[in-house]
Design a protein. Structure first.
Length: 543
């Protein structure tokens, strides 16, 4: 077949959702194209295998940023899933929606009145089956399996108790009534297995028979007749192939690949396209702009008591953990490690949490690309609402050349201030009585890093990504926007972008759950189906 109703480029979080929902009636034909392989690697499906999967070059685009000026000109490793399921097959599985006020800001500040939280909440609920059960905030009959962290370790308990003692708050469910404080986190995990977008959405879609999946298919450009997209050109099995879309071409490659493909196809900043030998079709200066991410630093502390997770990388213990998982889907291997965390405020001036914790009950270091576990515990601290904006641009007109990524981490001084506050807040938390008898020496940044200048220097040297790039095909109606509020690309017909690149302002949490919600809404828009009715739920907003 060379003609389909819909062609979706990218079988990641958004692409899998789109294929499932657009093909739900069984009548439309859909072609889903993925540059990477099938998700057959066992480590994808073992939750604790996350550290192997996101370092596995066969499953990863293995991007690196350009040298970042505010990070001492360091280049930052930027893994992105290149496999069926996309980054949902290699991420740490944390299920977070973002704070409700994030979406209300889209409505008030970006003119996206149909994207307030009450418009998004019914899609979050319809998309999940939470082991917490259904209520005003949570769903109990959706395709995505979501489970609360349940691996038992005293360090998780100490972390949550310390957050309360430090006055940073506590929540029973950060996706529920109280979206602030420390908590046990949810994960996209079902019965001890990773529940990726491929597992949740694509497997059912493929069973219906009207969705065709083509793996190791590298899309090189979108094809146009006049200003209407009619198909794509791709390389598959050593030959170029052209496929046609009767209704719509949908780009779902993510915040890096989607703007790259738009520009390769002649849609983007006209001068930049011409400089790379590409004839501009539509001058859309916003393509590749507005790049955002959560800058992150990791603090680690020795643990004075040894727990089983600290020794699991000993070969026989690792084998035992693997066998336990194979036969019971339980134990250490069934944990995504980052089972606790929090949304907190770095100061009293912010309207809602601007920092995020991810807490793991084990320390780690990398030795020649291999992870080595330590008798320690670790806390990621993310800066949630960066002021800095970066860009994705072409290095050439060759689709096989990786694009240039300038994230501009900490370019705005306020971003550095936030992370410095994050270091102070983390130290404040770990100093609480709850960690007495467990807390050893601070490994990073170290007890010698105390004064503000030293902390600032350390942050610059330590900042990395928390793997949440977004914003490069911004949704909106004004200058700088790329798609409208229904994901249709401005200035052309028959072409949409549906993935994290359309996010106008980054959410105050992980992006996988929001990306799937966005895709579910986009599928209804594209199919002409009515949107789910808005739902208002009460939240414990603190002033």
């Amino acid at each position: 077949m060379n003609t389909f109703d819909y062609i979706i480029v990218g079988a990641g979080s958004a692409g899998c959702v789109m294929a499932n929902k657009l093909g739900a009636d069984g009548r439309k034909t859909i072609l889903l194209l993925e540059a990477g392989p099938m998700d057959r690697d066992l480590m994808i499906h073992v939750p604790a295998g996350v550290y192997r999967t996101w370092h596995e070059p066969k499953l990863n685009w293995n991007y690196h940023t350009e040298p970042e000026p505010a990070l001492d000109n360091r280049s930052v490793f930027m893994p992105r899933g290149k496999v069926v399921g996309g980054s949902s097959s290699i991420n740490s599985m944390v299920y977070m929606r973002g704070h409700p006020l994030d979406y209300d800001r889209w409505a008030s500040e970006c003119g996206l009145t149909q994207w307030s939280y009450e418009h998004c909440l019914p899609y979050f609920k319809a998309g999940e089956t939470s082991d917490r059960g259904g209520d005003d905030w949570r769903g109990d009959s959706g395709p995505l399996g979501v489970s609360k962290g349940s691996y038992e370790n005293p360090l998780y308990d100490a972390f949550i108790a310390a957050g309360e003692q430090a006055g940073q708050g506590r929540s029973d469910d950060l996706n529920g009534y109280n979206p602030e404080g420390v908590a046990r986190l949810d994960a996209t995990r079902t019965n001890g297995r990773r529940c990726s977008a491929a597992v949740a959405h694509l497997r059912p879609a493929l069973k219906r028979g009207n969705v065709t999946l083509l793996v190791r298919a590298m899309v090189k450009r979108v094809l146009f007749t006049g200003n209407r997209a009619y198909g794509v050109a791709l390389d598959h099995k050593g030959a170029e192939r052209i496929v046609h879309a009767a209704h719509q071409v949908i780009l779902a490659g993510g915040a890096i690949n989607s703007p790259q493909l738009l520009m390769l196809s002649g849609v983007g900043p006209a001068d930049h396209l011409s400089d790379n030998g590409i004839r501009p079709l539509v001058n859309l200066p916003g393509v590749g702009r507005n790049l955002q991410d959560h800058a992150s630093v990791i603090l680690q502390y020795e643990c004075t008591k040894s727990f089983p997770i600290h020794k699991v990388d000993v070969p026989w213990r690792k084998a035992a953990a693997g066998l336990q998982w194979v036969f019971t889907r339980s134990g250490i291997a069934a944990s995504n490690i980052w089972e606790a965390g929090g949304l907190i405020r770095g100061n009293h001036q912010v309207a809602y949490p601007n920092l995020q914790y991810h807490f793991g009950p084990v320390g780690f270091e990398y030795d020649d690309g291999n992870i080595k576990l330590q008798q320690a515990f670790a806390i990621h601290v993310d800066q949630l609402r960066p002021r800095s904006r970066g860009s994705v641009s072409l290095k050439s007109g060759n689709p096989y050349d990786k694009p240039a990524m300038h994230f501009e981490y900490l370019a705005d001084p306020g971003d550095l201030d936030d992370l410095v506050e994050g270091v102070h807040k983390t130290r404040e938390l770990v100093a609480q009585n709850a960690f007495d008898g467990l807390r050893g020496v601070e490994l990073t940044p170290g007890s010698n890093v105390t004064g503000e200048p030293d902390i600032r220097d350390w942050v610059r040297s330590a900042v990395s990504t928390d793997f949440h790039p977004c914003g490069t095909c911004r949704m909106g109606h004004g200058p700088g926007s790329v798609v409208d509020d229904q994901m249709r690309v401005h200035g052309v017909q028959g072409l949409s972008v549906v993935d994290a690149s359309v996010i106008p302002q980054i959410m105050s949490a992980n992006l996988n759950a929001p990306t799937q919600m966005i895709a579910a809404r986009a599928a209804d828009y594209l199919a002409g189906a009515p949107q789910l009715a808005p739902q208002a739920a009460q939240f414990a907003f603190q002033q």
